[in-house]
Design a protein. Structure first.
Length: 241
């Protein structure tokens, strides 16, 4: 496994490890926020647009993780999803939030765990597409962190574009102007989903599971403020020494 050189913090971009990275919705947001991002996933991710390592997240060397300044993790969400609850098969999927949290706490680094509503996250911030002017997607995601995340105002949900002729607003919306719901159910075309999510590189299956990069651009900015605040005492000490 490659071991990147760790330069003094003031001479480089802060480095973030993107665990369970999938196709990179989260990683791209952090990259836009100013982080150097490396993704890790147990499956090949040929569309991940940043440096990538194929590995089992839970078997990563702690010395490798320590080369980073922060860690984001998006453990598999299927066990916590509404669909699994409706189908009664939540136990068919791994429940990794607790072991991942324990691993991240042990690193001593700033961390974020992202997952769906219903996941057992601790005091999470909730982000929605209505909070971001350039998004047109209803996608609630929870963000647990060991630093403060103050979410923007949560606006009223508009009606979303639909292909379902049973819906009263069928034929009255435009997938290129109105909100869409990006899921496996086919609420809009792939091209419209990409535009609504701010993602132009993913397949239909990948974008169905992704979060908009705008979410982690916002979280990354909150994280940078935390990191820089943590650095201030050290800077002051060096100047006085």
């Amino acid at each position: 496994m490659p071991k990147p050189q760790r330069l003094p913090f003031q001479e480089r971009k802060p480095r973030l490890l993107d665990l369970f990275c999938c196709a990179g919705g989260a990683g791209v947001g952090y990259s836009k926020a100013g982080f150097e991002v490396v993704g890790v996933d147990i499956k090949p991710q040929p569309n991940y647009p940043l440096p990538f390592i194929q590995a089992d997240v839970l078997k990563l060397d702690p010395k490798f993780i320590a080369l980073f300044d922060a860690v984001h993790a998006s453990p598999p969400c299927q066990s916590y999803s509404d669909l699994a609850k409706r189908n009664g098969n939540a136990d068919a999927w791994p429940r990794l939030i607790e072991p991942v949290r324990a691993m991240l706490i042990k690193t001593g680094l700033p961390y974020i765990i992202e997952n769906v509503e219903g996941a057992p996250l601790l005091d999470p911030a909730v982000l929605c597409g209505t909070m971001f002017p350039k998004l047109r997607v209803l996608r609630h995601r929870l963000f647990e962190a060991n630093f403060e995340i103050v979410a923007p105002s949560h606006k009223k949900h508009p009606k979303v574009h639909t292909f379902d002729k049973r819906k009263s607003h069928y034929g009255k919306t435009d997938e290129w102007k109105d909100f869409v719901q990006v899921t496996g159910g086919g609420n809009c075309t792939l091209a419209a989903a990409r535009a609504a999510m701010g993602i132009d590189w993913m397949t239909k299956g990948e974008i169905n599971e992704s979060i908009p990069p705008a979410y982690t651009l916002f979280v990354g900015q909150e994280l940078l403020r935390h990191i820089h605040a943590e650095q201030e005492p050290a800077k002051a000490f060096r100047k006085s020494a």
